[in-house]
Design a protein around this ligand. Structure first.
Ligand code: FPP
Length: 244
């Protein structure tokens, strides 16, 4: 099989988006604090980044921290931020070892200055890699992203003195260029772990034509075998329905 391209029996989705869920329940099931569930979740994420890169996935977008996650307890948000600081450093190594370029989407200004610098460093130090693009959605919410894009477009329209006709002619492709995911193809396959079957404000615009795969597996237990099952299911469906 040629990885990343169509093969006789399996094609690898160009873009996989993952909603990782179930770290807290995994920790509870093991009698551990929630923070250790998140730590385990980070290790799973590292392995999945490697697996996807090796399979030939071109874009992997993962929901790491939503705009809603700030509502969690101060203790849990604090633990997640500490983990995020450590994880970004580790991710530079994992990304460079796997020729992966990392990119963050979401609104950054709410993060502490050192975290924002960490994000910049991660993007800069992996920008020369030519393999998979790993997109990490942090302080991300799709409605927030769309609203920021609308504001940005409206400000450009005012600044450039666009006419009503020009504004009415705004195309989907041009609007997509204002989203955080500008320049990226839309996800082909969305995977959500832990049995929840919701999009939770994730890539609402971009997932209009995606296939969805829901698994009861909790994120820390998600591995290559389950990833391959999701890809097989995606293949069965796209063969049956011929894509969009
Ligand atoms: C989902 O499990 C986990 C999160 C929403 C946040 C944790 C994200 C990671 C560990 C990836 C790395 C990202 C950062 C920012 C360190 P949950 O807590 O919703 O699980 P539950 O539904 O079982 O409680």
């Amino acid at each position: 099989m040629t990885e990343g391209t169509q093969s006789e029996d399996r094609s690898i989705p160009v873009h996989i988006a993952i909603i990782l869920d179930g770290n807290g329940r995994w920790a509870k099931a093991h009698g551990l604090p929630r923070s250790l569930g998140h730590r385990q979740g980070c290790e799973t994420l590292e392995r999945i980044v490697e697996d996807c890169a090796r399979l030939g996935v071109q874009y992997l977008t993962v929901y790491g921290f939503s705009t809603e996650n700030w509502k969690r307890s101060e203790e849990e948000v604090g633990a997640l931020m500490s983990l995020f600081r450590l994880y970004m450093k580790k991710l530079i190594r994992v990304a460079n070892e796997n020729n992966v370029r990392a990119r963050m989407i979401g609104e950054r200004s709410r993060f502490a200055a050192d975290i924002r610098e960490g994000i910049d460093r991660l993007e800069t130090e992996t920008s020369g890699n030519t393999g998979m693009t790993f997109v990490f959605a942090v302080n991300y919410g799709s409605r927030d992203e769309i609203l920021r894009a609308v504001r940005h477009y409206a400000m450009d329209a005012v600044r450039e003195g666009k006419t009503e006709e020009e504004i009415a002619a705004l195309s989907e492709a041009a609007f997509s260029g204002y989203l955080d995911t500008a320049g990226m193809p839309d996800p082909d396959l969305v995977i959500r772990t832990s049995g929840e079957q919701r999009l939770s404000n994730y890539l609402l615009w971009q997932c209009a034509y995606a296939e969805y795969y829901f698994t009861p597996v909790l994120w820390p237990d998600f591995g290559r075998a389950e990833l391959l099952r999701a890809i097989e299911e995606y293949n069965r469906r796209s063969r049956r329905f011929g894509g969009r």
